[in-house]
Ligand binder design. Sequence first.
Ligand code: S3P
Length: 438
Amino acid sequence: MTHDIRFSVQPGGRLAGSIRVPGDKSISHRAIMFGSLADGTTEVNGFLEGEDNLATLNAFRAMGVTIEGPQDGRVVIHGVGIDGLKPPQGALDLGNSGTAMRLMTGLMAAQSFDVTLVGDVSLSKRPMRRVTEPLALMGARVGTTEGGTPPLRIQGGTTLQGIEFTMPVASAQVKSCLLLAGLYATGRTCVVEPAPTRDHTERMLSGFGYSVTRDGQRICIEGGGRLAATAIDVPADISSATFFMVGAAIAEGSDLLLQHVGINPTRIGVINILRLMGADLTLTNERTVGGEPVADIRVRGNGQLRGIQIPEDQVPLAIDEFPALFVAAACASGETRLTGAEELRVKESDRIQVMADGLLALGIDAQATPDGIVIQGGQLQGGEVDSHGDHRIAMAFAMAALRAAGPITIRDCANVATSFPGFVALAQQAGLTIAESA
Ligand code: S3P
């Protein structure tokens, strides 16, 4: 059973060399969605061939879109136009991907046909009312389980009305869901975000020639337009680069270059937080590729990380990076305190509890709080931890071995393939002594 994949990581060592991690997951999802809805042919390079993105790709194929590839990160999407999707044969299975499900709910609610969206065990526990409630205000008809979780049964054939919606949580998935529905709605759809969240949807809509306006924290689109195909170059995912940034930062003597990493300002919380902790990160070769800023990131392990109070304004900008950042905190001197991050409890796992349990098992004093964690830096011991099927937890604990006193075994690692195919081989190349066993 794929469930039983384990990582065994030997203690010590350092990271060195020059590597490129796979493409950005958020951008890859959106490339498939907008490319499918566009008029014309969209060529994507650097596409992330992870299971989450393949779920999105297969869902659009199931709705009649011809998609070539992926092959070596190249995908060619023959867009069917904004009204060209066809009813799929059965339910669309979105696997482990919250992004696919939340974004597609907005899009599916505006179609002329009914669709059911399903996911794996983890996705089937995740809250969907955050999208179904605002969509209902637009006139959408989406059924959830009693607990507000998938499967989602979406009725087509309704005309959506534009709304103005202030999001109670800072969520790029909710924002993007509503903007996708807004493409089809009568009038204007505006979303107000309580704090900046990743803006790949807005950037990509503009790239496809669709006007999106932003006035402070308020983002609006007018329904009824069309998308024009374009070329997309997907940068390396800063969320995947994070494991290597943390690994190099905690392992003294490391000197690692991460190539072509997306440094969109709404994604760089990890850089800001690691720098506040005293890490040595240098950005070079900064450029813009296809509307997204990119840089090479050099990380040197200086052995000088210190615990900090993580500024709350960085939380949405580093929302996927906390499992790795908690490992950095475990290796820092003094206390690291995170607050205002209750969202971490409803990710692919409860990332606060699962990380606290794992760090405790490795001899670190880590106390979960309702909205964060308090970690006392110390000496990581060897031991066994459970990732609870969460890709980012598995990869974070793999890096922890660089500073552990003994080997670390991590259970339930199959889902690393959702976001980071080839992680083990790349980590080996960079200097981690990691083995995978079924
Ligand atoms: C994502 C948004 C974030 C993030 C997720 C990807 C996106 O979720 O955690 O991995 O691509 O829009 P939230 O919107 O729930 O914060």
